[in-house]
Ligand binder design. Sequence first.
Ligand code: GDP
Length: 196
Amino acid sequence: IKLSKAKFTISAPDIRKLPIDAGIEVAFAGRSNAGKSSALNTLTNQKSLARTSKTPGRTQLINVFEVEPEKRLIDLPGYGFAKVPLEMKKKWQKALGEYLQMRDSLKGLVVLMDIRHPLKDLDMDLIHWAVDSGLPVLALLTKCDKLKKGQQASQVLSVKKALKELGGDIKVQAFSSLKKTGLESANQVICQWFDQ
Ligand code: GDP
């Protein structure tokens, strides 16, 4: 499978508007501004895949990108906003929660975290949930170009150590959309999930 074949399919406000729940989906989740759109664009080698579907004011939809028939990348609503009214937050987080709980075709979860501030409460909640659900996780530590090599390595190590205690199938990878660091490894993990 080639992620570069991804095509925007639909933006859905809730899970009822998603394509039929069959096949394999790999979902991307992370705090707002973690670098999720950039990572999606980098992994698919498309400049504006994730952004084109993000028209202003509609940034918190579930965005679907079909890679092959029955194989989809899912861009989930970001979480952890500061400056958003509570009612809006609730609505968006509802879509996220529903997707995670209900979606049978979800087979792998990519959790994006800024390498300088990983494992915030909501990240941990999400990863805990994935492990409890038997879902494999790829933790991408984004914007790693912002740290020196040594600091990157020590962040990866401490995240690995913290997540090891949860058990489960969790991989940790430093990633930079800017420098394309970790691109090949991340791509491999995701393609493996699709090809299982
Ligand atoms: P999203 O809200 O999670 O979709 O995050 P975006 O992909 O829109 O990125 C948020 C901000 O981080 C933007 O200003 C990006 O330019 C920046 N950013 C994303 N990825 C990288 C990266 O690999 N390196 C650096 N230095 N900045 C990045």
